[in-house]
Design a protein around this ligand. Structure first.
Ligand code: TTP
Ligand code: MG
Length: 363
């Protein structure tokens, strides 16, 4: 990596909830929660996201919807409207694509832009203001942008200036910027790794960056050296296996646990149709299809099928889906079913990709 690299990370603010406010401006300023139906506190499933007003009640993504409801009964609860989110996401990515030929979309609402053509980080502020204004003007939504000399710094910077922020971390400032932040701010370091680091007295990114790399490799294997690099603001080299952590998934939690294969089959058909819309609109293909069953009592099993050539639709997979789900149906009642497509490929020619963080997903 050279000091001349200028990378921006753009992430939309409370994306699904903001789109809902756009659809219904009366929701502006109110706590809005997008996710499963709360059913007066008896609902199952989780929160997809919430508006910043709802976050004041401690509501966040992946929280059980029943808990969200107990925290704020007066919030507006909405089911996700994926086609609208996809449509706006595409508009946003088209705007971003106008600023670089090196655009890497990493999820529905975030992307890295290599804007090294600027020649200097000091010029990023003006350009990113323009990007924010353009997205606001054309899509009616706010976003946060972080800029740095690497993807990891840009990503941490955009997280740090939410909502509606812009933070450019210069080459000279990056060490200070990173050092006091908790290790969990590094993309890919989750609760478990955080606990393991904590046990060893590593609490901040600064602690991690100054730790002996051999210790880290001893404890975490290859992941140890990746963490060490990220903690110093350096993106690891291009991954050996690309795309494996990119995936799109859908899950449905049943109102009542069921072993009825008719109901389960219909649910998979809906999920497949929904994912087909994503594939079509995002012009993506996949190579792996995974089916998930969570049984009563929360034990979970998955079955996956990989294809040697990229697949563009799930429409022709009905028999495969039936077979995979049949192999998981063991008579037990099922609480939740899910479907995931992964090893995604983009059919968009102009989306040259920056390398992914190996083994680390942003979302
Ligand atoms: P995020 O960018 O993580 O969250 P956000 O845009 O809602 O809020 P923030 O301002 O903090 O960026 O995710 C983008 C969308 O992805 C989010 O609006 C809903 C969806 N999502 C889920 O469905 N489940 C999840 O667990 C997460 C994290 C996101
Ligand atoms: Mg976001």
């Amino acid at each position: 990596m050279t000091p001349q690299s200028v990378i921006a990370h753009v992430d939309m603010d409370s994306f699904y909830a903001s789109v809902e406010v756009l659809k219904n401006p009366l929701l502006k300023g109110k706590p809005v929660v997008v996710g499963a139906d709360p059913k007066d506190g008896k609902g199952r499933g989780v929160v997809c996201t919430s508006s910043y007003e709802a976050r004041k009640y401690g509501i966040h993504s992946a929280m059980p919807i029943s808990e969200a409801y107990s925290r704020c009964q007066s919030a507006i609860y909405l089911l996700p409207d994926y086609p609208s989110y996809q449509e706006i996401s595409q508009k946003i990515m088209e705007i971003l694509g106008g600023y670089t030929s090196h655009l890497e979309q990493v999820s529905i609402d975030e992307a890295f832009l290599d804007i090294s053509w600027l020649g200097s980080l000091s010029k990023a502020d003006g350009l990113c203001r323009e990007i924010k204004e353009k997205i606001q003007r054309n899509c009616g939504l706010s976003c946060s942008i972080g800029v740095g000399t690497s993807k990891v710094i840009a990503k941490i910077a955009s997280d740090s200036c939410k909502p509606d922020g812009l933070l450019v971390v210069s080459w000279d400032e990056q060490k200070d910027f990173l050092s006091s932040l908790p290790v969990r701010r590094i993309p890919g370091i989750g609760k478990k790794t955080d606990e393991q680091l904590r046990m060893r007295g590593i609490l901040t990114i600064g602690d991690l960056s100054t730790r002996n790399i051999q210790d880290l490799i001893g404890w975490f294997g290859r992941m140890g050296s990746t963490m060490h690099m990220l903690a110093r603001g350096i993106d690891p080299p291009a991954p050996v296996v690309k795309d494996t952590c990119r995936s799109v998934s859908r899950e449905v939690t049943f109102d009542e646990d069921t072993a009825d294969m008719g109901i389960i089959g219909d649910t998979f058909s809906h999920m497949a149709a929904d994912l087909d819309t994503v594939l079509r609109e995002e012009r993506m293909s996949f190579k792996t299809l995974t089916i998930k069953f969570r049984y009563q009592g929360f034990s979970t099993k998955t079955r996956a099928l990989s294809f040697s050539t990229p697949q563009e639709s799930l429409d022709a997979m009905k028999e495969n889906i039936r077979r995979l789900s049949g192999s998981l149906a063991d008579g037990r009642k099922v609480r939740l079913v899910g479907m995931r497509i992964s090893s995604l490929g983009s059919n968009r020619v102009r989306q040259a990709r920056l390398s992914d963080f190996p083994g680390l997903c942003t979302k």
